[in-house]
Write a protein that binds this ligand. Structure first.
Ligand SMILES: Cc1cc2nc3c(=O)[nH]c(=O)nc-3n(C[C@H](O)[C@H](O)[C@H](O)COP(=O)(O)OP(=O)(O)OC[C@H]3O[C@@H](n4cnc5c(N)ncnc54)[C@H](O)[C@@H]3O)c2cc1C
Ligand SMILES: NC(=O)c1ccc[n+]([C@@H]2O[C@H](COP(=O)([O-])OP(=O)(O)OC[C@H]3O[C@@H](n4cnc5c(N)ncnc54)[C@H](OP(=O)(O)O)[C@@H]3O)[C@@H](O)[C@H]2O)c1
Length: 416
């Protein structure tokens, strides 16, 4: 993460006018927008804080992760997955696909540049986007000026680290799941996995597969669904049913089928929310777990389910049910958050939690990848955004070629 409280290094700042939009983030969402713009011949600049594309996937996901939705729901616009890819591509395959995607559409992000702030200049009618690049010895700032800004920094930009009593007293290793790679180094250890979303479940499974002893904290409730029902992807099945019957009924059907496959999850300490899985996702953005084997390990006792945490001690944790268990390490699978409120100086379109109200704001502001619909949502956003930008771009190009803009720009730059 970059330090968002940047000092305003007035004289050291480089100014760059961008003809076309600035896209912040070179994850799948940013790449998809860039590819759709490239197709229309619209220039753009992509800014990425990391040194590679798709840094979430390359640097902050565990080795065993696979796409949990079938590949047809995860491919980006204009380029399908290679035919030989399995139904659920691995992390490595997905990264290879994204690298090929960037190459195919000639997307060359400005790497190692973190956006510190972005603000619409009402007087000059353009966005001022300030970035910082740092090495051990140097720090340089750049100010990009542009008439369109696409925010594609992701729903999972930063890991959420909750404040839990006594955590700082705990003597073992504590990491966020963003930094977890594999259970290899946990062999024989008692590991507390805090959180039971897809990350918590999959990390617990991985730990168990590496002969660690995971205890997974389930403090409230969660929907666990099998990834497949009768050989068909549960997600695909739900999408199909939703075309014909109301959401609540799809939920009921999914839960009945799940009951036949997994049984009553409550018998194993996993309470179900009162709202169905799709309704919960739609109304509260809470993703159901698509189980790929963790639940079987819970049933067999290889993964222990424990209730909420009261406090940590030096080598143990007190739980809300009065029990204390010894632990060696902690993995916080406690979710993610957007970082947009730290750098975007705008309060109408983006809410305080860093999520926008739709895909299009005012003054050429766009948001891609914030609909809580995963990669399919990112692709849909990219298509809408690029079409909208393309429409405006054509109109302006047809009118005149920068007659007005250059003097305005000069005037605005001279106000520095
Ligand atoms: C473990 C895991 C597995 C997942 N599996 C699936 C799946 O199977 N299917 C699915 O549909 N979704 C999945 N998701 C959801 C995931 O969010 C999307 O797959 C996808 O990564 C979203 O793309 P994005 O480009 O919107 O965000 P990201 O992939 O997070 O990319 C955002 C980029 O913006 C950069 N950035 C952030 N802040 C700044 C800044 N201030 N300045 C410059 N650059 C910045 C980041 O470095 C990053 O490269 C998964 C998520 C996780 C955590
Ligand atoms: N294979 C895959 O494709 C894959 C794998 C992993 C993740 N993902 C995706 O990545 C996104 C994030 O998933 P995620 O699992 O990392 O996060 P998440 O779904 O937000 O889950 C966070 C979990 O942490 C718990 N939690 C938070 N604070 C806690 C605390 N103080 N004490 C105890 N529990 C606490 C939450 O419990 P409450 O519910 O009680 O708040 C919840 O169970 C999702 O979209 C998911 O689908 C996909």
């Amino acid at each position: 993460m970059c330090n968002f409280i940047g000092e305003n290094n007035f004289f050291g700042r480089r100014c760059v006018w961008v003809n076309g939009p600035v896209i912040v983030g070179a994850g799948p969402s940013g790449l998809a927008v860039a590819a759709c713009l490239r197709e229309q011949g619209i220039p753009f600049v992509v800014i990425e804080r990391s040194d590679c594309i798709a840094s979430l996937w390359q640097k902050h996901t565990y080795d065993r992760v696979k796409l949990h939705l079938p590949k047809k729901f995860c491919q980006l616009p204009r380029l399908t997955f290679p035919q030989e890819y399995p139904e659920y591509p691995s992390k490595k395959q997905f990264i290879t696909y994204l690298e090929n995607y960037a190459e195919t559409f000639d997307i060359k992000p400005h790497f190692n540049e973190c956006v510190l702030s972005a603000k619409y200049d009402e007087a000059c009618h353009f966005w001022r986007v300030v970035t910082v690049s740092k090495t051990d010895l140097t720090r340089s700032e750049t100010e990009y000026m542009c008439q369109m800004l696409v925010v594609a920094t992701g729903e999972n930009a930063e890991g959420v680290v909750p404040e839990i009593d006594g955590l700082e007293e705990f003597s073992g290793e504590v990491i966020h799941v963003r930094d977890y790679k594999s259970g290899k180094s946990y062999n024989g250890k008692k590991v507390l996995v805090v959180g039971c979303g897809n990350s918590g479940m999959e990390v617990s499974l991985d730990l168990s597969n590496h002969n660690a002893k995971p205890s997974m904290v389930v403090r409230s409730s969660v929907h666990v669904l099998p990834r497949e029902i009768m050989g068909k992807s549960t997600f695909d099945l739900a999408m199909m049913l939703m075309k014909w019957i109301p959401l609540w009924l799809v939920d009921k059907l999914l839960l009945i089928l799940t009951w036949f496959i997994l049984g009553n999850t409550q018998n194993y300490g996993i309470k179900r929310p009162s709202l169905g899985p799709l309704q919960l996702k739609n109304h509260h953005g809470k993703t159901p777990v698509l189980d790929i084997g963790a639940f079987q390990k819970i049933r067999s006792g290889d993964i222990t389910v424990v209730p909420g945490i009261k406090r940590f001690n030096r080598n143990s944790v007190d739980l809300v049910n009065g029990e204390t268990i010894d632990i060696d390490s902690v993995v916080l699978a406690t979710g993610y958050r957007s970082n947009v409120p730290y750098w975007l100086q705008e309060t109408e379109f983006f809410a305080k939690n860093g999520f926008p109200n739709g895909w299009k704001g005012k003054h050429g502001l766009y948001a891609s990848g914030f609909t809580r619909k995963g990669l399919a949502g990112a692709s849909a956003d990219a298509i809408k955004i690029s079409q909208d930008i393309g429409k405006g771009w054509k109109e302006v190009s047809n009118k005149n070629k920068n007659k007005q803009k250059v003097p305005t720009l000069r005037r605005c730059i001279s106000t520095f």
